[in-house]
Design a binder for this molecule. Structure first.
Ligand code: WTA
Length: 649
């Protein structure tokens, strides 16, 4: 975890452009502060007022039932999430473009709200015909194609619970997630494209399903048209089912607390946790934050470049923007394919007005050079966003200057899979920005930085980022594991939600998020667990023990360094290193491939036998040991040194 250079904290804030503020929903810092104060003084009535942003079949009269740590929001209300994202727009915006899709191969598809609604109704009917109903988990393992949001909304329409698994995960990782959710149906595709290469999703799905007895059927979207293995008793083509299904399907009212989705994310153990989100509170806060943070207007062309397999894609590609009747751009592939200006080409082609991307993406663009950006007309852009990891001030300023030409506010949005929606972020027309800071909490969000005992830290002092009060889009539990939910989030700091992040506040109360304090790491914005990678490594027959730590990486934020001890008789060489790396990729996915594997004779441990990760982190940050890949590092030296100092972790 990095410490901030005090010079950064002392820099002058950048005010929102006057022209932007004039037309914004919240126009000044004073106005934000008044809003914030009102929400803090009476949070329940603040949230009660916001429910009007949604269309309720039965409007809620209750706001919150809080039996710590279990919350129920708007719990006597009823609504349908798909109705809110589609049907309610049809009367006056049926012909408005909902989705502008571009494949990596250049193919294009567009859907108006009416067309998207029809697709969703048809697929909802398909789901019903396959026996899927309210509360049934459905796994989605798909490329970034329109059928993915269609499938999500179809689940929402009938009250099925989707579990989207990022297409970059491997078969075993998919199988774990399907098994944990007990999914009855899998929706996948015959493949996807990434950097021109075919991603063999169906093959991975087949390998996973061999271990998933709960899955009865597998619906396959034809994306590539390439031949794939087929199991006639189980597999069904999307394009054969959907056109035959009826184009109408009632959007039945659901309880506000009806589960909407499970999204697996990495925690501090090897087992991924299924973060459970429900309907009313989640959709409300997504809808509300999309309006506030992106200051969405009727004519915006909005592009969030996240993969729908992560929470950012759930909340800010699908639910938040569609609930606001926005025009959403969806791009299937890599930002550097066929060339490094693909992102800017798309911005220019569709006249994108709002671009929201990862800090890693921004650092890559910066490293690729200004000329890729400046060869395109980006005058349509009016707002830029970043998410997923701390952004270094240098990258922030580059984004602001080179992409936004100094005209576009930059919103650095802090949130998590668990929070469901953005909690800390500038309001673009109101909050002066400080590059590198997510600035201030949104109205209704009570955030703080505290010590382990829950005492607020002084300005400039590092502590733990917490949220003091429940909020509507908070996770409700870890699927199937209430105890883990209680322990991980509400059992660490007295009376507060523990985010797992370290942070500081400055003299103006701005939040500076430093990164994780647990065993979660962020590699190119992808959330991974060191324990999960360790489990993958020790499942290889050559490995006796392993410890995985992160080291800072200029582009990806963090990179994975694995220390490995080998079983007796196995000798280390670079070929083994490659095989271990391939093994991790096969067990989890290519995103978890270690940047470095270091063979050691033994791992440094405390007297009680705990691996001294802090020492390994220090060692990893110093970089690679020189050249020779065949020798074992003798880490007992640092172990002895540390024990002399009496250092325990
Ligand atoms: C990190 C992603 C600094 C943080 C939406 C958090 C950030 C974790 C920011 C959640 C930001 C997210 N500045 N750090 N603006 N946004 N993070 O669940 O460590 O994939 O705890 O959700 O990302 O990652 P997740």
């Amino acid at each position: 975890m990095a410490e901030f250079d005090p010079k950064v904290l002392a820099e002058r804030p950048i005010s929102p452009p006057a022209e932007f503020s004039r037309q914004a929903r919240v126009k000044s810092l004073d106005e934000y502060r008044r809003l914030y104060q009102r929400a803090v003084d009476d949070p329940e009535s603040y949230w009660a007022e916001q429910v009007r942003l949604l269309d309720w079949a039965v409007p809620p009269t209750r706001v919150l039932e809080w039996n710590p740590p279990f919350a129920r929001w708007f719990y006597d209300g009823k609504l349908n999430v798909a109705h809110n994202c589609l049907d309610r727009h049809l009367a006056d915006k049926g012909e408005k473009v909902a989705l502008l899709w571009e494949g990596e191969d250049g193919s294009q598809r567009r859907f108006t709200y009416r067309e998207l609604h029809e697709q969703v109704c048809r697929f909802a009917n398909v789901l019903k015909s396959l026996g899927i109903g309210r509360g049934d988990p459905v796994a989605l393992y798909m490329p970034l194609i329109p059928e993915l949001p269609v499938a999500m909304l179809a689940c929402a329409r009938i009250g099925a619970v989707h579990s989207v698994v990022f297409g970059g995960f491997s078969a075993p990782a998919l199988a774990d997630r399907i098994a944990d959710a007990g999914a009855r149906l899998l929706v996948t595709a015959d493949g996807g494209y990434r950097r021109g290469k075919l991603i063999a999703l169906k093959e991975a799905a087949d390998a996973a399903l061999a271990h998933c007895p709960t899955v009865e059927k597998c619906v396959v979207v034809r994306r590539t048209g390439k031949p794939i293995p087929w199991q006639p008793d189980r597999d069904l083509w999307w394009h054969e089912l959907v056109p035959r299904a009826a184009p109408h399907c009632p959007a039945e009212p659901m309880e506000a607390e009806q589960p909407l989705f499970i999204l697996y994310t990495s925690g501090t153990t090897g087992k991924p946790k299924g973060v459970l989100h429900t309907s009313g509170g989640y959709l409300l806060q997504c809808t509300w934050s999309t309006r506030l943070v992106f200051d969405l207007r009727e004519d915006d062309v909005y592009w969030c470049a996240a993969d729908i397999g992560w929470v950012t894609g759930h909340s800010y590609v699908v639910y938040g923007p569609l609930s606001n009747a926005a025009t959403v751009v969806l791009y299937e592939g890599a930002p550097d394919y066929p060339q490094r200006d693909r992102t800017w080409e798309i911005v220019e082609r569709y006249k994108v007005t709002i671009y929201y991307g990862s800090a890693t993406g921004i650092r890559s663009f910066m490293a690729w050079g200004d000329e890729w950006v400046s060869r395109h007309n980006l005058s349509s852009l009016r707002l830029l966003g970043t998410v997923g990891e701390p952004i270094n001030p240098e990258a922030w300023k580059w984004y602001h200057r080179v992409v936004g030409k100094g005209r576009c506010p930059v919103v650095d949005t802090w949130w998590q899979t668990e929070t469901g929606s953005i909690l800390i972020s500038p309001l673009p027309g109101a909050t002066p920005a400080k590059p590198g800071s997510a600035t201030l909490p949104l109205p209704g969000v009570v955030a703080d930085v505290v010590t382990l005992e829950g005492k607020p830290t002084r300005p400039g002092e590092t502590g733990y980022l917490i949220i003091r009060r429940p909020w509507p889009s908070m996770l409700r539990t870890i699927f199937g594991d209430d105890e883990r939910y209680r322990r991980d989030y509400w059992g660490r700091i007295p009376g507060a939600y523990f985010t797992g992040d370290a942070a500081q506040r400055d003299d103006d109360g701005y939040f500076w998020v430093l990164g994780r304090v647990d065993d979660v790491i962020k590699v190119a914005g992808h959330r991974l667990s060191t324990m999960e990678i360790e489990s993958a490594l020790v499942s290889h027959p050559a490995v006796a023990e392993s410890a995985v730590v992160a080291r800072p990486d200029e582009i990806k934020g963090e990179a994975i360094v694995a220390f490995v001890t080998l079983r007796a008789g196995v000798s280390p060489d670079s070929d083994l290193r490659n095989r271990l790396s391939d093994h991790v990729a096969a067990m989890i996915g290519a995103i978890a491939r270690p940047a470095e594997i270091r063979f050691a004779q033994g791992l440094p441990k405390t007297r009680s036998g705990k691996i001294m990760r802090r020492l390994l982190r220090e060692l990893a940050q110093k970089g690679t040991v020189s050249g020779d890949t065949t020798t074992l590092e003798d880490l007992s030296v640092i172990e002895r040194l540390a024990q002399q100092k009496g250092e325990e972790e």
